[in-house]
Design a protein around this ligand. Structure first.
Ligand SMILES: [Zn+2]
Ligand SMILES: [Zn+2]
Ligand SMILES: [Zn+2]
Ligand SMILES: [Zn+2]
Length: 143
């Protein structure tokens, strides 16, 4: 008699254990998943990243060397676009004669070859882009 009751109790205990365990798994599953979803969706907007105040998140700042123009005065002609004729040294006359200098057509000046006569060249700091990578965030926009 006692043994039979004991066996029944054991059987009930095992069944209860299985139900309890399976309930536990079912309960833990969704909780675990929802916890993972939360942490994944929260990652991109992590509070540790702040928009760079130097560039306002753009990642680039105005080039200070050219004041944002992207161009600097040509160093060969000092921004004039013209240089003194190298054949007549600016006199406009062919050396040793009164004939007009053929190289500069008598003007004594030639178009600057460095800037093609424009007087401006691309800024050496920003390569004509007028902006440079933000020094604080190195172009990331956040830091
Ligand atoms: Zn020039
Ligand atoms: Zn000349
Ligand atoms: Zn520049
Ligand atoms: Zn920045």
């Amino acid at each position: 008699m006692n043994t039979q009751i004991f066996r029944q109790l054991v059987a009930v205990f095992i069944v209860l254990s299985i139900i309890f365990l399976s309930c536990d798994v079912v309960q833990q599953g969704p909780m675990y998943a929802s916890h993972n979803d939360k942490s994944q969706s929260a990652a991109p907007v992590a509070t540790g990243m702040n928009v760079c105040t130097t560039c306002n998140g753009v990642g680039r700042v105005m080039c200070t060397q050219c004041s944002g123009s992207g161009k600097t005065n040509c160093t060969s002609c000092m921004g004039q676009g013209k240089v003194t004729c190298m054949f007549c040294s600016g006199s406009g006359k062919a050396p040793g004669s009164d004939a007009m200098c053929g190289s500069c057509s008598g003007t004594g000046q030639m178009a600057c070859t460095s800037c093609a006569g424009s007087g401006k060249t691309n800024c050496t700091a920003c390569f004509g882009a007028a902006t440079v990578l933000c020094p604080d965030c190195h172009g990331a926009g956040v830091k």
